[in-house]
Design a protein around this ligand. Structure first.
Ligand code: RTP
Ligand code: MG
Length: 141
C-alpha cells in the first residue's frame, strides 16, 4: 500500500458536540498522522467551491447552509492507504447505514449533519488538500 494524504473535515455538528479530540484519537489509533490542522469558519463561497461537484444536486443548498452553520476543523491525514482507511473510519454517508464503531455511527445525527467529510479518491484528495492548505502548512514527519 502507498503512503497517501487525504483531506478530512470535522463538520459543524461534531465541532458543536465537542468531539474534535475523540475523532482525532480515532485517526491516530488507526495509524493516520495529522500533518496539517486548522479550525475555521467557511464562507458561503468557500463551501460552494468545495462542494462544486454537487452543485446540481437537490441537497446542495442544504449542504452548503449546514457547512457554514458553525466552525469546522480541517485536517490533512497521512498514512498507508490513508484515503480508504479514513473512509472506513468514517462509515456510510447516512449514519443510519453506518457500521457500528464508525465515526458517523457514533457521532452523526442525520445524512446532512453527518460529522465528517473525507476525500474519496487520490485525485479529489490532492485537489481538496490544495483547496484548503498551502504546502508550507503541511508537515510530514
Ligand atoms: P462527504 O463528501 O461529506 O465526505 O460525504 P460522502 O462522500 O459520504 O457523500 P457525498 O455523496 O460526497 O455527499 C456529500 C454530502 O452531501 C450530503 N448529502 N445529502 N440528502 C441527500 O440525499 C444527501 N446526499 C448527500 C451529505 O451530508 C454528504 O456528506
Ligand atoms: Mg463525498
Amino acid at each position: 500500500m502507498a503512503l497517501e494524504r487525504t483531506l478530512s473535515i470535522i463538520k459543524p455538528d461534531a465541532v458543536a458536540k465537542n468531539v474534535i479530540g475523540q475523532i482525532y484519537s480515532r485517526f491516530e489509533q488507526a495509524g493516520l498522522k495529522i500533518v496539517a490542522s486548522k479550525l475555521t469558519q467557511l464562507s458561503r463561497a468557500e463551501a460552494e467551491g468545495f462542494y462544486a461537484v454537487h452543485a446540481e444536486r437537490p441537497f446542495f443548498k442544504a449542504l452548503v447552509d449546514f457547512m457554514i452553520s458553525g466552525p469546522v476543523a480541517i485536517q490533512v491525514l497521512e498514512g498507508e492507504g490513508a484515503i480508504l482507511k479514513n473512509r472506513e473510519l468514517m462509515g456510510a454517508t447516512n449514519p443510519k447505514d453506518a457500521a457500528a464503531g464508525t465515526i458517523r455511527a457514533d457521532f452523526a445525527d442525520s445524512i446532512d449533519a453527518n460529522a465528517v467529510h473525507g476525500s474519496d479518491a487520490a485525485e479529489t484528495a490532492a485537489n481538496e488538500i490544495a483547496y484548503f492548505f498551502a504546502g508550507t502548512e503541511i508537515h510530514s514527519r
